[in-house]
Design a binder for this molecule. Sequence first.
Ligand code: NI
Ligand code: MN
Length: 219
Amino acid sequence: MGYIKWLGHAAFEILLDEKLIFVDPWITNPKSPIKMDDINKADIVVVTHEHGDHLGEGIEIAKKFDATFVAVFEIAEKARQQGVKNAVGTNIGGPVEIGNLLMYFVPAFHTGNPTGVVIKGKEKTIYHAGDTGVFGDMALIREIYAPEIVMLPIGGHFTMGPVEAAKAVELLKPEIAIPMHYGTFPVLTGDPYEFKKLVEEKGLDTKVIILKPGEKLDF
Ligand code: NI
Ligand code: MN
């Protein structure tokens, strides 16, 4: 039994194959349901790119709990220089073994050494798209990894909005899509209910699950 808990913005706490993973842990984001002191364990920290709203408190969490910090090479080096002991530098390509999990860093169209990440465990395969626009090769992510659960930015302005994210769902064909990266600031206007409606209008099997910050999806 695992879960995906939304911590606001692009931050998620994921329990997968008994590993506690923080993805893009900007714990001090305006919508965060928790404070740094509420975290008392972390096995793995994954950061999709170096923008502050994604790197967040990732280095601090990795140091505090001796967690494995995983990101592209340049970001991992920065973390190592700042005292993270277990920093794993990766890049876009094939599998990265982190304990019993496999991670695949995939493209994202953005700035700041951008990636998305597919995390594959025995229980589930999960794709966190990071910050990105929609791109046709999301069909390859579907073809190769077939993630059952995807987290997609829908806020617009810096990333996909609802229309583009609905297209991403069409390409990825997941069982479940969770919208993220909206509502944090006034400029991130993308509406999760519009996203849900657009996905439903496409007649796809995907279920859109809109989490409130602090809510979790059990799997
Ligand atoms: Ni960004
Ligand atoms: Mn962002």
